[in-house]
Design a protein around this ligand. Structure first.
Ligand code: SF4
Ligand code: SF4
Length: 294
């Protein structure tokens, strides 16, 4: 007889989820050190469904940042669509479903904005991949080139067992750390330490490289304008390219994140699965290893 979990997994796969796993809400809750716990958002949840959706490899065929950026946003849109459809599927069977925003931050959870749940840890606990050295989530099929989604539910689903495979070799690889333009990824670790003990990300450094049009640059630009002496020419300020780019980032997120040549670390992640279909020497993909190291 097919169980609810098996039916749901088949539905998720048929609707386009790449990897699909489940973690008990209680088990996950016990591991979360801050307010990004399931119970902060909704009491009574029994399971968290986690899934990934990959970006298209065609984005490596161009240096056009808007085209690459759109690729990310398409994948996020798919995560949102999948969350709704999975939720609808569960509610049609009498269970409650709470789709988790894949992108939005809750300003009340901690001082630096944080997601309702930290999806990379949810996905690791749901055993659909591993959080790598740079805190990017790595999936077996697409490496770091995935976006993540999650739905909480009061349905009693079966947790996904561990796969028993390590996707990130940590310092034995270290490619994401070397390529980072702002030294946001650990470059050193104690000999013999396990990845879990030293993986990390300096969020401030990462933001300075990857959020070219984020909130911090906006503050700094406004501060500069307010304190400038002599007062700058108004027409030149208003007609500056920065505002056009800022409008674009608000409108379609272009430049709002992953803007250091579209997240160098995730593009260059050496996870084997990352290039299994294409190979690093595929001449159609111009953003390969050599393009970045030169
Ligand atoms: S997104 Fe860019 S700045 Fe941030 S860690 Fe990756 S390579 Fe570094
Ligand atoms: S580039 Fe290497 S060290 Fe960095 S996350 Fe990928 S596999 Fe891990």
């Amino acid at each position: 007889m097919t169980t609810l979990t098996e039916e749901l997994r088949a539905f998720g796969g048929a609707r386009g989820a790449d990897d699909f796993g489940i973690v008990s809400a209680d088990v996950y809750e016990a591991k979360v050190p801050n307010l990004q716990k399931p119970s902060t958002t909704a009491p009574g949840m029994r399971s968290i469904i986690a899934f990934t959706k990959h970006m298209m490899t065609g984005a490596f065929a161009t240096r056009d940042i808007p085209v690459q950026s759109l690729n990310s946003h398409y994948a996020i849109d798919q995560c949102e669509r999948l969350s709704f459809e999975i939720g609808e599927w569960l509610e049609a069977r009498g269970y409650l479903a709470v789709p988790i925003p894949p992108e939005a931050a809750d300003m009340d959870l901690q001082r630096s904005p944080a997601g309702t749940l930290d999806l990379k840890w949810v996905c690791e606990e749901a055993n659909i991949g591993q959080v790598g050295l740079d805190l990017n989530f790595l999936s077996p099929g697409y490496g770091a080139r995935v976006y993540l989604g999650a739905v909480m539910t009061d349905a009693p689903l079966d947790p996904t067992p561990p796969r028993g495979e390590e996707l990130c070799p940590g310092m034995k690889c270290g490619r994401c750390a070397v390529i980072c333009p702002t030294q946001a990824v650990p470059l050193k670790a104690s000999q013999g330490a396990h990845l879990a003990a030293y993986r990390g990300l300096n969020k401030r450094n990462c933001a300075s490289g990857a959020e070219r049009l984020g909130i911090k640059p906006l503050y700094l630009n406004l501060e500069k304008l307010v304190t400038a002496s002599p007062v700058p020419d108004v027409d030149r300020v208003v007609d500056h390219r920065y505002w056009k780019e800022f409008w674009q980032s608000v409108n379609n997120k272009l430049g709002a994140f992953a803007a250091c040549l579209q997240g160098r670390c995730s593009r260059r992640c050496a996870t084997v699965a990352n290039w299994s279909q294409w190979g690093e020497s595929d001449s159609r993909l111009i953003l390969t290893k050599d393009a970045f190291y030169h």
